[in-house]
Design a binder for this molecule. Structure first.
Ligand SMILES: [Zn+2]
Length: 147
């Protein structure tokens, strides 16, 4: 059975997540970006489905492009609804995840290389023929930190 677009994307996200675990910042950023895109797609799909059904009920014929355009507008209106009626105190889990992912991505971009360990994440000290490796306390072993 051929894979659907969604299955292919799931696999891409899974692969990116696996790469992100290796600690490579570029892989982590790619993974976070994919997750964010996926969340936005899920929200968009929801509005497109709502509109398609509403249009069917009302006997309105619209192209996919028209529905996508209207779905975008409805999504923006929906985002502003909470502000307009004070429902901001009850967060949408998808919006919350979106916000968190955006923050994580921004934080990841803002991180600077740790000058204590030179981005290695650990410190090596020598005593005669022995060496001891310890985790850098400044960056907690990540090699980078938020200034
Ligand atoms: Zn460090």
């Amino acid at each position: 059975m051929p894979k659907t677009q969604s299955q292919k994307e799931d696999e891409r996200i899974k692969a990116a997540k696996k790469l992100a675990r290796t600690g490579n910042r570029k892989d982590l950023k790619a993974y976070l970006r994919l997750r964010l895109e996926r969340c936005q797609e899920i929200e968009m799909d929801y509005w497109k489905e709502c509109l398609s059904e509403a249009f069917d009920d009302a006997g309105i014929v619209a192209t996919d492009e028209q529905i996508t355009k209207i779905a975008g507008d409805v999504e923006i209106s929906h985002e502003n609804y909470g502000m307009a009626y004070g429902h901001d105190a009850i967060p949408n889990p998808l919006e919350t995840e979106n916000k968190n992912l955006k923050k994580e991505l921004r934080d990841e971009k803002d991180k600077i290389i740790c000058e204590i360990c030179n981005g290695k994440g650990n410190l090596i000290s020598y005593g005669g023929t022995f060496q001891s490796i310890s985790t850098c306390l400044k960056c907690k072993g990540e090699g980078r930190y938020l200034p």
